[in-house]
Design a protein around this ligand. Structure first.
Ligand code: ZN
Length: 198
């Protein structure tokens, strides 16, 4: 008689355990997914820091996954063990959370001395090779948007020139660059999540 021996799973710790996207059913590390819960009004909302107990669902930072969930919300019934919640505000709620994180990350970069402010400064040869991320205000003129930057991480962000300037305690800024560093890598992750949800 054949016996099947289960291979012991490597102990990777809870922080690296994978989670299932409720929409595409792919297994992902938690940082690739947004945690969702049902609030007191029966609406599905982001719960990224797992602040609330109870059942939750996870979803990729992808527009295709959010759309798939909106089309087939019944998958949540099994996952959450409760009637299907309302999902109407979900895309905006996820985007609002990400935009708030981007603001926080920009301020963090600024406090860490990683921000190069303004179009002129980001073009200087001495500096531009060290810039990892370029952010362009939503109301910047097209000459800024079409400019060639040496980094591939150029993002048009949902902040006006005035609001970008406020983040870094300056006047309006159409373009800001971010030098390499841990806070910039953190900002980059949120900007990439935002771009896959567009
Ligand atoms: Zn997915």
């Amino acid at each position: 008689m054949k016996t099947f021996q289960k291979k012991p799973k490597p102990d990777t710790g809870s922080s690296t355990r994978t989670r299932l996207c409720v929409a595409c059913r792919s297994l992902q590390p938690p940082h690739n997914l947004m945690r969702l819960r049902v609030n007191g009004e029966g609406v599905l909302v982001p719960d990224p820091k797992a602040m609330y107990p109870g059942r939750s669902a996870w979803i990729c930072f992808k527009k295709s996954c959010v759309n798939r969930l909106l089309k087939k919300p019944n998958v949540l019934r099994h996952r959450l063990k409760r009637p299907v919640p309302r999902l109407d505000g979900l895309p905006d709620a996820i985007l609002a959370h990400i935009d708030a994180q981007i603001l926080i990350a920009i301020r963090h970069c600024w406090r860490s001395g990683l921000v190069i402010s303004g179009a002129q400064a980001t073009k200087q040869d001495r500096i531009r090779s060290n810039i990892l991320v370029v952010a362009i205000a939503k109301d910047a003129s097209s000459k800024h948007i079409q400019q060639n930057y040496s980094t591939k991480f150029v993002f048009n962000i949902e902040l006006s020139k005035i609001n970008i300037g406020r983040c870094i305690n300056k006047g309006p800024r159409a373009v800001v660059g971010f030098l390499e560093g841990a806070p910039t890598s953190h900002l980059l992750r949120w900007l990439q999540r935002r771009s896959t949800l567009r």
